[in-house]
Design a protein around this ligand. Structure first.
Ligand code: PLP
Length: 387
C-alpha cells in the first residue's frame, strides 16, 4: 500500500452503528409531544423483540445493567445467596447480584467459546445457590442444554447475560429466550444500539406482572393504564428502569435493520477468519477455537497471542499505524471488588490464560474492506510474514 494512503488511514476499534433514519424517527416523537417512557415507540420496539426473538415478553430498559438488576429483584435475590457465573465477563453480570447482598461464585470458561464451562457448574453449587448466569461471550451461545438440565434438577433460576448476543441462535431458539430471564444490551459498542439501552426478556409468565411494577418505580401504573385499577399506587420495590421515547425511537430504527447489521458484521468476521488463517497455521497467533462467523452474531473478533508481552508489542505496533485494538476482561475474580465480594477458591487457569493473551480486533458496521485489509496487513507485518 502506498505510504501517503497509510498516513491517512485510522481504524478505530469500534464505531457506533448509524443507519440514517434515526433522526427522522426522533423527530416524529418530538412532533407527537410524548417523550416519557413506555409509550407507542417503546412498545413497537418490544413487539419487535417479542416477535423476532420469540419470547413471551420483552421490556426495553435503560441498559443491560438495568435488566440484570431487575432480574435480581424479580427472583428475590437476598443477602448470602450465591449466584454462579463466569469470571470472564463484564462487571455488571456480578454487580447486579452483589447489590442485593449476594455472593458471585465464579466458574472457569471453556477454551473454545470462552463461555462458562458447563461441566464445572455442578461442583460450584451449594445449598445457598439460587441462580446460574451464563454469559454468551462474543455472541456465541453457551451450552444451554446442559445448563438448563442442571438448573432444572437443582431448581435454580437461569438469567442469561445476552448483552452481546442479539439474534444469536442455539438449537432453533434465540439467546435470551432460553433461560427464565434474558438481558440484552443496546450500548453504543453493541451490534444494535441506542447509545445506552437494554432489554429484559421474560420467558416465565409468572414474572411478567411484577416486572412491570419493578420497572415502573414499584407502582401498578401498568394496571392503571390498561384500566384494571382506577388509580395507581406504590405496591412493591422498584426503580426507574425505562428509557424515554426519544431513545426508543433511535433503537426502533436499529431493530428494523438488525438482521442486516448482523449479516454485515458476520461478513467482516468471516474475512478475518479466512485471511488470518495462514498466520494461524504458522503458530504465531491462534484463531478462536470456534468459527465465530458460523456460531455467533458478528459481535466480536479476537485472536490469541503467545503471551502478554507479545500482545502489548502488537497493540503498540498497531497504535503506531493508527489502529486501535483492545483486550478485556480483567477477570472479576482477580479484580479488587471481585476479591471483596466473592470467595471463589479456584485458580481459573483458562480464564487467566485467555485474559492474558486475547486481543480484540477492530470491527464495526460500515467497516470498509480496505480498512480491514490494512489491519490484517499490519498483523502480518508485525510477524514479518507474507500473506
Ligand atoms: C455490554 C455488556 C454488559 C453491560 O451492558 P450495558 O447495556 O452497558 O449495561 C453486560 N454484560 C456483558 C457481557 C456485556 O458485554
Amino acid at each position: 500500500m502506498n505510504i501517503s494512503l497509510i498516513d491517512k488511514i485510522a481504524v478505530p476499534f469500534n464505531k457506533p452503528t448509524v443507519i440514517g433514519d434515526e433522526g427522522k424517527k426522533i423527530i416524529e416523537v418530538i412532533q407527537s409531544a410524548r417523550f416519557s417512557s413506555n409509550q407507542s415507540v417503546t412498545k413497537e420496539c418490544e413487539h419487535w423483540l417479542q416477535s423476532h426473538l420469540r419470547v413471551p415478553k420483552a421490556m426495553v430498559v435503560n441498559s443491560c445493567t438495568a435488566a440484570l438488576e431487575m432480574a435480581a429483584l424479580l427472583i428475590n435475590i437476598k443477602e448470602n445467596d450465591e449466584v454462579i457465573m463466569p469470571s470472564f465477563t463484564f462487571v455488571s453480570t456480578a454487580n447486579a447480584f452483589v447489590l442485593r447482598g449476594a455472593k458471585p461464585v465464579f466458574v472457569d470458561i471453556r477454551p473454545d467459546t470462552l463461555n462458562i464451562n458447563e461441566n464445572l457448574i455442578e461442583m460450584a453449587i451449594t445449598k445457598k445457590t439460587r441462580a446460574i448466569v451464563p454469559v454468551h461471550y462474543a455472541g456465541t451461545s453457551c451450552e444451554m442444554h446442559k445448563i438448563i438440565e442442571i438448573a432444572n434438577s437443582k431448581k435454580l433460576w437461569i438469567i442469561e447475560d445476552a448483552a452481546q448476543a442479539i439474534l444469536t441462535t442455539y438449537k432453533n431458539k434465540y439467546a435470551g429466550g432460553l433461560g427464565h430471564l434474558g438481558c440484552l444490551s443496546f450500548h453504543e459498542t453493541k451490534n444494535i444500539s441506542c447509545g445506552e439501552g437494554g432489554a429484559l426478556l421474560i420467558n416465565d409468565d409468572r414474572l411478567i406482572e411484577r416486572a412491570e411494577i419493578i420497572r415502573d418505580k414499584g407502582t401498578d401504573r401498568a394496571k392503571y393504564l390498561n384500566g384494571s385499577v382506577d388509580r395507581y399506587q406504590w405496591v412493591d420495590v422498584g426503580s426507574s428502569f425505562s428509557p424515554s421515547e426519544l431513545v426508543s425511537a433511535f433503537l426502533y430504527v436499529q431493530l428494523q435493520n438488525a438482521e442486516y447489521i448482523n449479516q454485515e458484521r458476520k461478513l467482516l468476521v468471516k474475512r478475518y477468519e479466512s485471511q488470518l488463517e495462514a498466520l494461524g497455521k504458522t503458530g504465531k497467533i491462534k484463531l478462536p477455537g470456534v468459527k465465530l462467523s458460523k456460531c455467533g452474531n458478528g459481535h466480536i473478533f479476537y485472536i490469541f497471542l503467545k503471551d502478554k508481552r507479545t500482545r502489548a508489542k502488537l497493540i503498540e505496533f498497531m497504535a503506531q499505524r493508527n489502529i486501535t485494538s483492545v483486550f478485556h476482561y480483567i477477570p472479576l475474580h482477580s479484580s479488587p471488588a471481585g476479591r471483596r465480594f466473592s470467595a471463589s477458591p479456584d485458580k481459573f487457569s483458562v480464564t487467566n490464560h485467555v485474559s492474558d493473551t486475547i486481543l480484540r480486533l477492530p470491527i464495526y458496521f460500515g467497516m470498509k474492506e480496505y480498512e480491514q485489509r490494512y489491519v490484517i496487513d499490519c498483523i502480518y507485518d508485525f510477524f514479518n510474514e507474507d500473506r
